[in-house]
Design a protein around this ligand. Structure first.
Ligand code: ASP
Length: 327
């Protein structure tokens, strides 16, 4: 663009910019888009991403391929997208960890608030406290006693430092004032495999990963972290009912693009996200998994930007007070 400016003068360069933007808007998207999920395949974030990507693909007339880049609590995948070309063909679907990692990680390969453009919010998922199906306690009160009595041997799975499952596990330990042994995975997809196999005892994970297993009786559910019971899991009490007052967690998800992505592409993606969230099939699948699409007004760049900023501010003092950071 610098060379163009020198050659043609500022006015002409501006005209070139405008006309190429118009051409971009008309043609976009012309090829496959990659949606990076910063956790392992088969987990809750992956499930949300694949449902939304499928519906957005139909609206965009081009395929969105989901690529799982797990590890380092979601920061590897986010870093991959921050460094990707800002051309509208790489996006990131990430959750609340985008906000918490900004404080929890001492060193990130990207500057969270300045490395991304925003597409919109996707969903806010409740969590569940679950265990391998043969864990003895019958209810949450019994589980709390059991965890306290066996604190050196009870294992709690998570998807790595800063993930939703890690935060929820920490909240649980702080609610019962007892540290437990944590076992990190690259996502709660693989963690669920070990929970099913009985290699790990407990996990606090999103309904998008646990609902089917709870309904099928392959894992044991002790509580949901929503303010009220969920339609899909009517027999599972809330944590408050089970004796842990104020134990409420919701995991919001958003779609981001590398900073500098043409605004026409962002607008198109955002519109497509809104279409996907109104798609009956997406809404029905979300409902089966214990969650719901974000309202249309939140599937916008402004709403996601505001959410990320407010959530970074909300978690910063909490994390700093806890004094636990990751490298
Ligand atoms: N979102 C993670 C995953 O998809 C789970 C988590 O954050 O705990 O595996």
């Amino acid at each position: 663009m610098k060379i163009l400016k020198t050659m043609l003068g500022l006015g002409a360069a501006f005209a070139v910019t405008l006309s190429s933007a118009a051409a971009f808007a008309e043609g976009y998207p012309e090829r496959t888009i990659t949606m990076v999920v910063p956790f392992a395949a088969g987990g809750p974030t992956d499930t949300v991403a694949r449902l939304v990507a499928e519906s957005m693909s139909k609206d965009l007339g081009q395929q969105i391929i989901v690529e799982n880049v797990g590890g380092a609590g979601g920061t590897l995948g986010a870093g991959r997208v921050a460094a990707a070309p800002a051309d509208g063909y790489t996006v990131l679907l990430h959750h609340i960890g985008m906000a918490t990692s900004a404080t929890l990680y001492r060193k990130l390969a990207y500057d969270t608030l300045n490395a991304f453009d925003y597409v919109g919010l996707v969903t806010d998922v409740p969590m569940t406290i679950v265990a391998r199906k043969d864990l003895e306690p019958a209810d949450l009160k019994g589980l709390v006693d059991y965890m306290k009595a066996n604190k050196d041997t009870v294992t709690v799975a998570n998807a790595g430092i800063v993930t939703a499952s890690h935060l929820c596990g920490m909240l649980l330990m702080s609610a019962i004032d007892t540290p437990l042994v944590t076992v990190p995975y690259k996502g709660t997809g693989p963690a669920m495999t070990d929970l099913l196999g009985g290699q790990v005892d407990i996990m606090c994970d999103q309904t998008t990963n646990t609902t089917k297993q709870i309904q099928g009786g392959t894992i044991k559910a002790y509580a949901v972290t929503s303010p009220a019971r969920l339609d899909v899991l009517p027999d599972v009490p809330t944590a408050a009912e089970g004796g842990l007052a104020d134990f409420q967690v919701g995991i919001w998800h958003g779609i981001y693009a590398p900073k500098g992505t043409p605004s026409e592409a962002i607008e198109r993606l955002s519109k497509s996200l809104q279409v996907a969230l109104k798609d009956q099939n997406v809404a029905a699948r979300f409902a089966e998994l214990g969650t719901a699409p974000s309202p249309e007004a939140d599937a916008t760049p402004a709403a996601l930007k505001a959410k990320l900023e407010s959530e970074i501010a909300r978690w910063k003092p909490v994390i700093e007070a806890a004094g636990q950071f990751a490298d």
